[in-house]
Design a protein around this ligand. Structure first.
Ligand code: AMP
Ligand code: MN
Ligand code: MN
Ligand code: MN
Length: 280
């Protein structure tokens, strides 16, 4: 049986392992197919594939794209995308431009609340490609503003807290279009994490499907077993395939590890059954 992990992050976005380290760790954990899905960038993929060449692991080219849908931030994972697709890259670049403005704005808001240097601290931790709230969280935790990263999010970086800036990301139809036109498959990432009401979740899934979306991430490092079963049912009821990914960000979150995922619930159509290029 092949092992698939179709959601992971590197230092190209808010992960703490370089693409090389990420691929090495996945290979050592027994993963056969790893999708590297950094937020709003494909910059880690070349290095990931380079490392995979000398190992028994294959990289699925991916990206986790930030969407604003019905006033909610939603993440859409693209799998098997052609990275040279111009429309996709232009779209991602626009998102990164917004991210850069948002990072500066988060810095200004925290400064007003008596926390200086947060933008600079986050930028330093981001090492180049893009700045995520995770980078702010690491800075604030290290400087003792909260006990750990989760606590920082709770106190500073979520709705109604001092460092929160409401996202203005891409529209769902645009993002599904970028992915499909780049030859990829579109997956709603960790659908249980948005805490949508059942009717709003069904509206999201319905619109996503109408737009040509392919799958729900039924199994996720951030889903409970019950949530996976619920999402499996939604996938089946709506004729969508099922994906599985850890959403690994680094070894400092020991509760989420690469490739340590439960099997998809019965009756799911695994997205990898639609892939004809598998070599293992
Ligand atoms: P951003 O896309 O910059 O708004 O950052 C979102 C990222 O922050 C997510 O992908 C997670 O990695 C991280 N994140 C969001 N909420 C939390 C939380 N409550 N605890 C820890 N990390 C979080
Ligand atoms: Mn993240
Ligand atoms: Mn996400
Ligand atoms: Mn993710």
């Amino acid at each position: 049986m092949n092992s698939f992990d179709l959601h992971s992050h590197s230092t190209a976005s808010d992960g703490t392992l370089t693409p090389t380290q990420l691929v090495a760790r996945a290979d050592e954990a027994g993963v056969d197919y790893l999708a590297v899905t950094d937020h709003d960038t494909t910059a880690g993929l070349d290095e990931a594939r380079m490392e995979a060449r000398s190992r028994d692991i294959e990289i699925i080219s991916g990206c986790e794209i930030s969407v604003t849908w019905s006033n909610t931030t939603i993440h859409i994972v693209g799998l098997n995308i052609r990275e040279d697709a111009a429309e996709l890259q232009q779209g991602l670049e626009k998102l990164r431009t917004y991210r850069q403005w948002r990072a500066e704005e988060i810095g200004r808001r925290l400064e007003k609340k008596g926390i200086p240097g947060a933008y600079e601290g986050a930028k330093e931790r981001a090492r180049g490609v893009l700045i995520s709230r995770t980078h702010f969280a690491h800075f604030l935790a290290e400087h003792g503003y909260a006990s750990d990263v989760r606590d920082v999010f709770r106190k500073y970086l979520v709705n109604k807290k001092p460092g929160y800036v409401a996202g203005q990301w891409a529209a769902l139809d645009e993002v599904v279009g970028w992915i499909k036109n780049a030859g990829g498959q579109a997956v709603i990432a960790h659908p249980a994490r948005y805490r949508l009401t059942r009717s709003k979740l069904l509206r999201l899934i319905g619109e996503f499907r109408e737009l040509g979306g392919d799958a729900l991430e039924v199994v996720s490092g951030s889903h409970s077993r019950d949530e996976s079963f619920t999402m499996a049912k939604h996938a089946r009821d709506n004729g969508l395939m099922a994906s599985a990914g850890s959403d690994f960000h680094g070894p400092e979150n020991p509760w989420i590890e690469l490739g340590q995922l439960p099997a998809l619930p019965q009756g799911c159509q695994p997205i990898w059954n639609s892939w004809t290029h598998l070599t293992h």
